[in-house]
Design a protein around this ligand. Structure first.
Ligand code: TRP
Length: 352
């Protein structure tokens, strides 16, 4: 018996190419789909967590699709309140942040019937036990404002798979909490392809590199906690929120996220807006204390947001135009969804 030596493993000279680098090298190979529930205005946490990166990827030439998942609002509450207002506000926030409606498709998922129809075959590919195990769904049930947990709550990760797969997106930039859902999307794509033939890509998750910003009370920045600085807030509202921000008893300002989370989050926010390192910002303020820190961060945020606020106001002067952008996005999404549904019917052999 001859023994052949196994080929030597590639020497670990260079670090593996990250997903970010792969995207930058070959932007046209990627199609992004991501979105935000229309439950209120987007804030700085959203912006530095993901919005900023989406606009950067759009600039690289990656195809960007933004879904406004309006049905998903009904997962953890009984009634979707002020839906139209929130949807239009979200579109304004996107446009203000630099989303280019000529290149990027913005749409609401309730306006795309063929997308929603994918939910039916997709549901047949997952078990009830799998739906019940999803940690993010469990977490949302624990904090739900619903009288009873609805079927929509349990199945929304599969609905989200339809959001992503209807346009065959292969890249989904989201936060860590969405990882279990992306796993569901990959599972659905894989099982569909195994059962009926290759139709869907298995989408990859692009996790945000930006560190978490805290709200002005030192807890997670969130629209429902009243601790968030909305992109649409005025300069005065921003100043008032930041003046009331929680700090600590130590006068000398340092960047120490572990031991001084509130102060460090403010330092980080100023640094992100100024495009500097947080350590440098902290050093500069030093003995100036919390008052100087708040002055610095207010000035930095208001300067940074000024052009976005201007763009937002400009778009808001003509809401009919904003609604036309959404209608055009819905029409594009419908064409794509119908083409995919036709492929799905073909693969499944349903009557045509
Ligand atoms: N579940 C996401 C959230 O709560 C929103 C969302 C719906 C989404 N459909 C999506 C995100 C598709 C990425 C891809 O924030």
């Amino acid at each position: 018996m001859t023994v052949t030596a196994a080929a030597p493993a590639a020497a670990p000279t260079a670090p593996a190419v990250t997903l970010d680098e792969q995207v930058a090298r070959n932007p046209s190979a990627y199609r992004i789909l991501t979105g935000d529930r229309p439950t209120g205005p987007l804030h700085l946490g959203h912006y530095f967590g993901t919005l900023h990166n989406r606009v950067r990827l759009q600039g690289l030439g990656v195809e960007l699709n933004l879904i406004v998942p309006d049905y998903q609002v009904l997962t953890d509450r009984d009634v979707a309140e002020r839906l139209t207002e929130h949807i239009e506000g979200l579109v304004l926030d996107y446009l203000a942040a630099g989303v280019d409606p000529a290149r990027t498709t913005i749409f609401t998922h309730s306006a795309v019937p063929a997308l929603n129809q994918l939910l039916l075959p997709f549901l047949s590919l997952v078990s009830v036990a799998e739906l019940g195990r999803n940690p993010t769904v469990k977490e949302e049930i624990a904090h739900s404002r619903q009288a009873a947990v609805s079927g929509l709550m349990f199945t929304y990760p599969v609905h989200q798979a339809a959001d992503i797969l209807f346009c065959k997106a292969n890249l989904v930039p989201v936060g860590r909490d969405q990882l279990p859902h992306l796993e569901v999307s990959r599972t659905v794509a894989r099982r569909f392809n195994e059962r009926y033939g290759p139709v869907f890509p298995e989408p990859q998750t692009l996790l945000s590199a930006a560190p978490l910003l805290l709200g002005t009370d030192g807890t997670k920045m969130s629209k429902s906690r009243g601790n968030a600085i909305a992109l649409s807030a005025t300069a005065d509202e921003t100043a008032r929120l930041l003046r009331g921000a929680k700090t600590d008893a130590e006068r000398h300002i340092t960047y120490d996220p572990e031991n001084r989370p509130e102060v460090s989050s403010l330092v980080l926010l100023a640094a992100l807006c100024q495009g500097r390192e947080p350590e440098a910002v902290a050093r500069e303020i030093g003995g100036g204390g919390a008052a100087a820190l708040k002055r610095t961060v207010t000035e930095a945020v208001n300067t940074y947001l000024a052009p976005m606020r201007e763009r937002r106001a400009e778009y808001a002067r003509d809401m009919e135009h904003v609604r036309a952008i959404l209608r055009a996005g819905n029409a594009r999404a419908n064409a794509v969804a119908e083409a995919t549904l036709a492929e799905v019917r073909e693969a499944m052999g349903t009557f045509r």
